[in-house]
Design a protein around this ligand. Sequence first.
Ligand SMILES: [Zn+2]
Length: 150
Amino acid sequence: MTSPSFPIEKSDAEWQKKLTPEQYYVTRQQGTERAFSGAYWDHAEPGAYECVCCGHKLFEAADKFDAGCGWPSFTQAVDEETVEIREDHSHGMRRTEVVCSRCGAHLGHVFTDGPAPTGLRFCINSASLSFDPTDSESDEAAPEPDQTDE
Ligand SMILES: [Zn+2]
């Protein structure tokens, strides 16, 4: 395999300076935070989730669902170019790794047991994400008060 290059490249020392130890461990050393330990597994605000390393917008809150696994789970990324998918054979398992396409940060893994319509479950570490509540879907009109009887 050729070693991939990304638009944003920093040395380990630079990343270490920018990130918390846990963020560094997860994103730069392919770590996994403990289930139910992260900031976002149980987080349901509208907005967008960005790469904690480079600020690249990765996932919409609208695509987040509760998979009950203790990590933030999404049915899809913002678009196909947002993340890069790679085979991961570490720990004796065959998994599919998800990395940020802009800086190569390890985000988590994608599984094929997600809900319709994508059937995918992006299982992502909170430590890889930074949440932006202001970046919610802008093409949707502001919700109108619903006065009709249900
Ligand atoms: Zn990134």
